[in-house]
Design a binder for this molecule. Structure first.
Ligand SMILES: [Zn+2]
Length: 353
């Protein structure tokens, strides 16, 4: 290395001696120009490299974003994105059962699907179903309820009047229907006509169930009106669920009593079974209804779905009119109860396999 270093030294010195003579007159300006150009070039290069490495250029956004998106993709509802997401919505609810199939050929177990309102749910998105009970009696509040953003699930009392028109309008507005079947309450309350009482003979019980199921059409199932005594009575609930199974309908337990066996009996008989999580208007003050809606959101976030039951009361209608329009923007799927039933059925089948 030392030798080669010595050998190279002499050669550069020779031209160094020749050059200065010729170049000397010009160099000051030329050298200055060279230095300025070189300086400018290096600044430009450094700036370019800096922009490429740290700048907000395309590179920066394209590469790391892929990594960032992959991480939070799994959580159920990224708040900002979920709200603005009409396109990414995927039908978690399978398309409704082919309507061409004739009712006699359709397994009765699927009849509830024929009347289900379509729902769009992204995979893993928390679902909220809002059920309004006692529909049909108070016409003006029932109409105001029907005018709320769809889909709600509206449970009509079979002894209310003009049901074809009322339920037809509800369906046309995009809501799903339940029959709200009166069942025997505790002492002192009146469930109304054609109620299912524990004292009835099996024949009369059957007749009343049939009557309640024949006052209007296109419902997906039933839920109980009152019923704290009847829903705690296993034989009565066995008769009800057997009828629903034969007709291919779902059951929603309103849970008017902690002693209810209705949901358990529905599950035992293998029909789609749901239960209420929150009553929206036990206390029908606007503040209480808003607090109940917060609770519904909390349950849906934690468990993936929540079912709330309210009534056509002013405070409930007003609170829902405020709450419904941006429920999707908060990351939830507003669904009819059939969509919750579909997800639960799918979960069960997955667990079985
Ligand atoms: Zn009711």
């Amino acid at each position: 290395m030392a030798k080669s270093a010595r050998k190279t030294k002499p050669t550069p010195r020779k031209p160094a001696k020749r050059k200065p003579r010729r170049v000397k007159p010009r160099p000051p300006r030329l050298l200055g120009l060279v230095w300025v150009t070189a300086g400018a070039l290096s600044v430009a290069v450094i700036a370019l490299v800096a922009i490429l490495m740290f700048g907000p250029g395309t590179r920066d956004t394209s590469v790391p974003r892929v990594a960032t998106v992959q991480v939070p993709a799994a959580p159920a509802y990224p708040p900002a994105q979920a709200g603005v997401q009409p396109p990414p919505q995927v039908a978690a609810v399978p398309p409704q059962v082919p309507p061409q199939v004739s009712p006699s050929v359709t397994a009765p177990a699927k009849n509830w699907l024929l009347n289900a309102t379509p729902a769009s749910v992204a995979p893993g998105q928390p679902m909220i179903a809002i059920v309004i009970d006692d529909m049909g009696l108070d016409r003006s509040r029932s109409e105001r309820t029907t005018g709320l953003p769809a889909p709600l699930t509206l449970a009509y009392l079979a002894y209310a009047g003009n049901l074809d028109a009322q339920t037809g309008a509800a369906r046309a507005a995009g809501h799903e229907l339940l029959v709200h079947v009166p069942m025997e309450p505790g002492p002192g309350a009146d469930p109304g006509p054609h109620a299912l009482l524990t004292s009835l003979t099996p024949e009369e019980l059957d007749r009343r169930i049939d009557w309640n199921l024949s006052q209007f059409t296109r419902f997906v199932g039933i839920n109980n009106h009152m019923g704290s005594k009847a829903t705690a009575d296993r034989p009565s609930m066995a008769a009800v669920m057997s009828k629903l199974r034969g007709r291919g309908l779902l059951f929603l337990d309103s849970r008017t009593s902690g002693a209810t066996v209705a949901h358990a009996e529905a599950e035992r008989q293998g029909i789609p079974a749901l239960q209420r999580d929150v009553f929206l208007d036990h206390d029908p003050s606007p503040i209480a209804v808003r607090a109940a809606l917060d609770q519904v959101e909390e349950i849906a976030r934690r468990r993936g779905h929540a079912i709330a039951i309210g009534h056509p009361k002013d405070a409930t209608i007003e609170a829902l009119a405020e709450w419904l329009p941006d429920v999707r923007a908060r990351g939830f799927a507003l669904v009819p109860v059939s969509a919750v039933a579909l997800r639960l059925v799918a979960d069960k089948e997955r667990a079985r396999n």
